[in-house]
Design a protein around this ligand. Structure first.
Ligand SMILES: C[S@@+](CC[C@H](N)C(=O)[O-])C[C@H]1O[C@@H](n2cnc3c(N)ncnc32)[C@H](O)[C@@H]1O
Length: 326
């Protein structure tokens, strides 16, 4: 078992709120409308897909970088003579497309955004793209809230990345006190941008902490009622086998869980009994085949009521446990 480290190395800071992308255009500036003929767009799409696969990805790019959603795409077929408004020129979209196809750059980085739950989040290189399976962590967290009045509730998101979980929790629990923690300053800048974007800016009720897991939270140890984390959990030997779109572009700090994938989880679990409030809940996402190992770590740390939770595909993807109320 890893011991709970001293907080001396941590520095608490409010990350700047400079917007990283500013829009979902991926072009680095405010989107401007471009008009193209539907027939021209259909021919362009056919040409780019001539090599075979990639239809759903190209449609994703058209939607999130070009601003043409499903309904708009259907209209193309029905009214091929109509002009279509796009947020970017076909030449600019094509440039992004080839960067994705040739260099495996993630579409979300190219578009500068990622839909997640009911949110449209800014994303940028250097910060993990929020995954669909993580969406459920928010529901699990809200179902497991200890019986504390919202205004007294303290929550934390350890390893906040884009801030997806922090934004969702801040919106669901506007009166609570929240903390979004990350070791990456790049991530915290993006978190700040997303919190601003969704009307829950860092401030008195929400702090961004530049910290190694729990360290900067030390003043609140013993008072944290809900702590969520989707830590890095890929075993190091598996990193090389990841899809190039992940392996070559997403940050190792967000992926690498050490030799067995459990290094970050051990560090988080080790401090939980001291950092959680009595009755406080820890909720973790983990690697698809680590359910038993994580439950064993939670129990060995003295946490109670350990439970495994499935994701929407039936994979045992999450674990929760509670600090005893005494
Ligand atoms: C798997 S990503 C999760 C990001 C985000 N919560 C999500 O679900 O998309 C893990 C995050 O943990 C952060 N991280 C890694 N090591 C850390 C540490 N020692 N202390 C705090 N954060 C850390 C990474 O920078 C990354 O943002």
């Amino acid at each position: 078992m890893v011991s709970c480290p001293s907080p001396a190395s941590a520095s608490a800071s409010s990350a700047g709120s400079g917007c990283v992308t500013g829009s979902c255009s991926g072009m680095g500036s405010q989107p401007s409308a471009v008009t193209v003929a539907a027939g021209e767009l259909l021919a362009w799409r056919r040409r780019l897909l001539a090599a075979g696969d990639g239809g759903p990805e190209l449609d994703w790019l058209l939607e999130f970088a070009g601003g043409l959603g499903r309904e708009g795409r259907l209209q193309l077929q029905l009214q091929p003579r109509q002009p279509v408004q796009l947020r970017a020129s076909l030449a600019a979209l094509e440039q992004l497309w080839w960067r994705h196809r040739r260099a495996a750059e993630p579409l979300q980085y190219l578009a500068g955004c990622c839909p997640w739950r009911d949110l449209d989040l800014a994303v940028a290189p250097g910060v993990l793209i929020p995954r669909q399976e993580t969406e459920l962590l928010v529901d699990l967290a809200l179902q497991r809230l200890p019986a504390v009045p919202e205004a007294d509730l303290h929550w934390a998101d350890l390893g906040t990345g884009s801030g997806c979980l922090a934004v969702a929790l801040a919106r669901a629990l506007p009166a609570a006190r929240g903390f979004a923690v990350d070791l990456s300053q790049v991530a915290l800048t993006l978190t700040a941008a997303n919190l601003e974007r969704w009307g829950t800016p860092p401030g008195e009720r929400l702090s961004l902490l530049h910290s190694d897991w729990w360290s900067a939270l030390e003043p609140w140890w013993g008072h944290l009622h809900l702590v969520v984390s989707n830590p890095p959990y890929i075993p190091t030997p598996l990193l090389r086998a990841l899809d190039p779109v992940v392996r070559d572009h997403e940050p190792t700090l967000a992926l690498d869980g050490g030799s067995d994938g459990l290094a970050a989880i051990r560090a988080i679990v080790a401090c939980a009994p001291r950092a959680l409030a009595p009755g406080g809940v820890l909720l973790l996402e983990h690697h698809h085949d680590h359910s038993q190992a994580v439950l064993a770590l939670l129990a060995a740390a003295g946490l109670e009521r350990g439970r495994a939770h499935q994701d929407l595909d039936g994979v045992w993807r999450f674990a929760s446990a509670v600090r005893s109320s005494n």
